[in-house]
Design a protein around this ligand. Structure first.
Ligand code: PRT
Ligand code: ZN
Length: 210
């Protein structure tokens, strides 16, 4: 039996479950249960916080998982990727208050930037020779400038409406993300074979939806 970790409730959950269903795999779903065994394929589904998924897969607690690349790369585990899944697309962007006279990334030298993605942001700034003070906060990043906590923010954007409603302007794209399938690199042969069967079905689903 192969164990897959998916997000319990959030922006990845529904499409992760849909992908498994589209692969012809059946299971009984209850929002109260933290795991479920599929009835017609050797797969067990674990429902977890997205941030915990890369670590569990790296440690072998789960064999495979579905997570946003933004979380995966932030946690330094990009090498676990086996397949890009094409949903939950978004970007990690830098944004500044609408009225500020931002011209280039160099304007961020010495500034305070709030983010939940310090590693991705640090790599982006370093590559451009910018030194800023990064303040790591775990949520509600968009309000940081208006309460005087930061001069700029770096957060996930999809439609851009959250930035607009908080008086912010997107100025740099730091990272492009989509959901990815990840796997423990040392799966025993039996599990590797189940993963290959699953990947075969995922490819068929992807071809059919193109
Ligand atoms: O509880 P748990 O820890 O599991 O969930 P979470 O709250 O950490 O994550 P969740 O469900 O918000 O997002 C899961 C993943 O979905 C992210 O890691 C991204 O890979 C992806 N994703 C896609 C997004 C968005 N779109 C998105 N719009 N993640 C977050 N947002 C947020 C963003 O933080 C901002 O507050 O939505 C707001 C911006 O949206 P727009 O449309 O107004 O631009
Ligand atoms: Zn999370």
């Amino acid at each position: 039996m192969l164990r897959i970790a998916i997000q319990k409730s959030g922006r990845l959950s529904e499409e992760s479950l849909n992908l498994i269903r589209e692969c012809g795999i059946s299971f009984i779903y209850s929002s109260l249960k933290l795991k479920t065994e599929c009835t017609n394929f050797p797969l067990e589904i674990l429902f977890l916080r997205d941030d915990d998924i890369p670590g569990y897969v790296a440690d072998g607690v789960a064999d495979i998982g579905i997570v946003g690349e933004n979380v995966l790369v932030e946690e330094g585990k990009a090498d676990l990727t086996v397949e890009r899944l094409g949903f939950s697309r978004c970007r990690l962007s830098l944004a500044v208050p609408r009225g500020s006279d931002y011209e280039s990334v160099q304007d961020l030298n010495g500034k305070n930037i709030a983010t939940s993605y310090p590693n991705l942001l640090q790599a982006f700034l370093e590559a451009r020779g910018v030194q800023a003070h990064i303040h790591t906060i775990s949520g509600s990043v968009e309000i940081a400038p208006s309460i005087g906590l930061a001069d700029a923010i770096c957060d996930i954007v999809s439609s851009g409406s959250t930035l607009i409603s908080n008086g912010l302007r997107e100025v740099e794209r730091v990272f492009k993300s989509e959901a990815v399938l990840i796997a423990n690199p040392e799966l025993p042969q039996e599990k590797q074979q189940i993963l290959e069967k699953l990947l075969f079905r995922i490819h068929a689903v992807q071809r059919a939806s193109r």
